[in-house]
Design a protein around this ligand. Structure first.
Ligand code: FRU
Length: 529
């Protein structure tokens, strides 16, 4: 590994109290590749066959196919930031992915960093040939030579187009289309068609701010505005932003949501995604007054409180105005050290986001896309449980917990802590649950198997703040070999984390002091090959 990982993060990170991720290292291992495949290759979350993966890029839908591009170093399982590619996978249903050959490779102008892709239906770019609708990818060039020479302008924005529905790509000959204005961290363009104003809008991360640009043809870009001073989290550099319109659920009222990923500075350390609710007038994003009040209390609105959902961005061009989001299921604090060697990292399950408002509070809720239910091969309905102390949930032993969705409700909650434990025959365990005295959800992976590859991995218990006393709660939990995704109360609070057991979890229990009432237990076996 030649470069310090993320050496491109500017000095601002240090000056605002951030920290750089650890130096890249492949963990020494005695595990053979096939044993590693067997133990840790996700059953259904997307992971690259070989090599390194981080952020999802260029997400779009066209003619029945979803495209997932991703930050990729195909030839090694740690990132080479001078040789980053866009890997490529496709899916008909957002659940089952097929990996294709990398779509974009680094060249003499730089490595291909994160970005987006748009379907240019009206051929505004002129790349169309009259037969095929051009798909245009907008990405950051990261020039490692410049970075190494200490030059500030190593990052610029560039485009490439495809005339075969995203399969093959041609880089534009006049790249870059947006030169660096003298800002060291200037990257991750997310472009969308602003139908009302008939313009393309690009949002990108500029240090710890959001910048907006406009264009008529995707080639010439003009600065519009800046957002972010004194609002939200600034514990690290802002990355991978995403601005989109969304109907307030159940109404016709349109709001705009700005997602901004931040690293470090997440709610439980390292990388995470925050969001803002507001309005966009074609030039400026302005926070909604109610949301601004909410932030005074809440400080930061987190998309996911777990430690392993980063660089989350949404798909362009999805039918029926649906907002589908996918994240990278890792964290820059330890991503390079996780104990796999043939490949590193996976993507989260695709989720649909919706904006809800309860009283004076907006929440961007996320839930697994409904297409996952197509793959349920067996359903076990569990008995209701009532009692104190430790209670086993025997039905969990009847399904393979490395590919499952577990749903249940809890009611008549007391001022107590409700701890759910996934465990295996080796005594390894992962606990999660609800602390109703201090009002938070939690997840503890400190005894979940391999944890010592990084002292950052399991040193703290993840907490997701809840809004006061809970009387009841609904859990939906998605389990794969190395990940747990908890959707609480219809996705109002989400926790996504990875783990590395030495044997799969085979049982589930719950414990409480005052007693638990658990109902609607439904365990769904997934079969996604
Ligand atoms: C986020 C990020 C982006 C950058 C990419 C490089 O994880 O740091 O800001 O474009 O990864 O791989």
């Amino acid at each position: 590994m030649k470069h310090l990982p993320l050496a491109f993060y500017s000095a601002i990170l240090l000056s605002i109290g951030g920290c750089k991720p650890a130096v890249a290292q492949t963990t020494a291992t005695t595990v053979s590749t096939s044993a590693e495949e067997q133990m840790y290759r996700p059953n259904f979350h997307f992971s690259p066959k070989k090599g390194w993966m981080n952020d999802p890029n260029g997400l779009f839908y066209l003619n029945g196919t979803y495209h997932l591009f991703f930050q990729h170093t195909p030839f090694q399982s740690v990132p080479d930031f001078g040789k980053m590619h866009w890997g490529h996978a496709i899916s008909k249903d957002l659940v089952k992915w097929e990996e294709l050959t990398p779509a974009l490779a680094y060249d003499e102008k730089g490595a291909i960093f994160s970005g987006s892709a748009v379907v240019d239906k009206d051929n505004t770019s002129g790349f169309g040939d009259g037969k095929n609708v051009p798909v245009v990818a907008i990405f950051t060039y990261h020039d490692m030579k410049k970075e190494k020479a200490g030059e500030i302008d190593a990052q610029s924005q560039a485009i490439a187009y495809s005339l075969d529905n995203g399969k093959t790509w041609t880089k534009y000959s006049n790249n870059p289309v947006l030169k660096n204005p003298g800002i060291k961290d200037f990257r991750d363009p997310k472009v969308f068609w602003d139908a009302k104003r008939k313009q393309w809008v690009m949002g990108l991360a500029a240090q710890d701010r959001q910048h907006f640009y406009t264009s008529k043809n995707l080639k010439d870009w003009t600065f519009l505005s800046e957002f972010g001073k004194d609002v939200g989290g600034h514990g690290g550099v802002w990355e991978c932003p995403d601005l989109f319109p969304i109907k307030l659920d159940g109404t016709n009222e349109e709001k705009w949501v700005l997602i901004v990923n931040i690293n470090p500075g997440g709610p439980n350390g390292g990388s995470a995604a925050q969001y803002f609710v507001g309005d966009f007038d074609g030039k400026t994003f302005k926070m909604d007054d109610v949301f601004a009040k909410q932030l005074e209390k809440q400080k930061i609105a987190w998309l996911d409180w777990g430690r392993d959902n980063y660089a989350s961005v949404t798909f362009n061009n999805v039918p029926d105005d649906k907002r589908i989001i996918i994240g990278w299921m890792s964290n820059w604090e330890y991503a390079l050290q996780v104990p796999t060697n043939a490949w590193r990292s996976a993507a989260t399950i695709a989720r649909e986001v919706k904006l809800i408002k309860k009283g004076n509070e907006y929440t961007l809720v996320s839930n697994p896309v409904k297409e996952v239910n197509k793959y349920v091969s067996k359903t076990i309905k569990g008995k209701n449980l009532k009692g104190k102390g430790k209670l086993s949930i025997p039905e969990a032993g009847k399904i393979d917990l490395t590919k499952a969705i577990v749903n249940f409700n809890v009611k008549n909650l007391k001022t107590d802590t409700y701890t759910f434990t996934l465990s295996n025959a080796l005594g390894e365990s992962l606990t999660f649950g609800l602390n109703n005295s201090e009002h938070y959800l939690f997840l503890d992976r400190s005894k979940s198997g391999k944890t010592d590859f990084s002292d950052k991995f399991a040193s703290t218990i993840t907490k997701a703040a809840l809004d006061g006393n809970q009387k009841e709660g609904a859990f939906k939990i998605i389990l794969d070999k190395t990940s747990i995704e908890i959707f609480y109360n219809n996705g109002e609070k989400v926790i996504t984390e990875i783990f590395f057991t030495n044997q799969p979890f085979t049982s589930l229990s719950v414990s409480s002091n005052e007693g638990i009432e658990l109902s609607n237990l439904v365990l769904n076996q997934l079969n996604i090959n």
